[in-house]
Design a protein around this ligand. Sequence first.
Ligand code: 6LW
Length: 530
Amino acid sequence: MKNFNCWLIIILWSGLTQAVALAQPGFKNPVIRGFNPDPSICRVGDDFYLVTSSFEYFPGLPIYHSRDLVHWEQIGHCLTRDEQLPLQNAPASGGLFAPSIRYHDGLFYVVCTNVSGGGNFYCTAKDPTGPWSDPIWVDIKSIDPDIFWDDDGKTYFVTQGDQGIRVTEIDIRTGKVIGPESLVWGGIGGRFPEAPHIYKKDGFYYLLLGEGGTEYMHSATIGRSKHVLGPYESCPLNPILTHANRIGQGNTIQGVGHADFVQAADGSWWAVFLGFRVTQQYAYYHVLGRETFLAPVDWPTGGWPQVNGNGTVDLQMNIPTLPQQPFLEPPARTDFDEEHLGVEWQYLRNPIRENYSLSERKGMWRMSPSMFTLDDVGAVSLIARRQTEHDFLAETALELESTDVHAEAGMTLLQNNTHHYDLFVKRHGTGFVVQLRVKVGSLSYIAGEKEIGKGQVVLKIVGNSRQYTFFAKESAEKAYVQIGTLDTRYLSTEVAGGFTGVMIGLYTSAAGEQVDAKAYVDWFEYQPLS
Ligand code: 6LW
């Protein structure tokens, strides 16, 4: 009997701890992995919507949906038509900067700046999956725009300028500027006060910003005022989010800042913000770009908000969450047998459409080279998806049809047009050769090669935080041959600069020559390995 009681207690106790674990499962940061910076969020009922920056990639501004803030699925892009998004002049890290998403009176608004064409604008949609309206342009020169609707019916455009945050009344039906640009707050003195968002709560206007620049000194700060145009008083806890301090110095996550707040239906407050995962602790390189993170916010009535207690966050967040509602994992393999490409794929700048086809050969993605190569600021023939983990495997089977030695087709790890690693096939004598090319600033060389025969070739890249290893095989039945190994760090933002992260691309080019070549991609597979 004694034994039985013991077992009963053990069973009840483990049941109880499991129930607690289920109610408070915690979550893993980042919540949206790979190059997804400058997140902005809104809630409609029990659904959350989030948008991130996309720079020179097309379509622009990925839109994500979640029911629990932890799990996100991409539901589309805001800017899907060339007329909405001129990127012809966009250099690497030009184009679309720092969007904001809001819901007001039955309409979704995405507010953004195309720094390479047109400036500030907003688009509206009844359904966040689209279609989104053409841009309504706003003639204000500063960037990182948001829209704030006040209770008195006035609408304000909130932006960042050299001296700090500016608030300007606009006509929301036309985008026309109807008030002066007022400089309202410069933050706490950090460089680049930016990324402003205004919230009205308990009789105060709260102005949240990013400060310190979007690198290791990044942070989020907040001020409040009784009037939308200020003066704003700084929160005594500022910065309310940063890893630019002793507590944050050894954290794998660095550069946290540029936040937006949202209140869930249960009354809890949350922050989404950007940060980056360095390749090793204290080794300051990052290749995945800036990603989207989540943290709880404690915001008492009439008081100041505190992010996750002390303003720092972890990869594993052991805190209570909203009831978790995960989505099905997207399939690892793309077979190219759908009518459209999946939302994970983007082009570089506005695509030259005749260079691509999903219907020419069933189950194949056909690409023809444009006049541009991966080194150019132009519409190179390429589709790319994000590298979302340091540890991953990417594999593809493709065939290049060309009699011209200039044509090449393959897979690239692309940080920007001056920093990329390319594994490709090209003509060589009567057969073909697979080559691995390094492009790092003014350095460009072939790091490995292997001659192969005609027909389909299978290419593979395996990544970890320090190295990318490149393989090729002549057909599915043959064994892989290693072509070379390259350091990740030369594709890092610390080396390459800019605002984006490594994208895994399928491409074809012809050294800027006009040649008649075609690349047929049979399938592509991407698997995070961690
Ligand atoms: C963006 C600015 C920033 O305009 O980086 O981290 C810039 N913050 O707000 C580009 O993403």
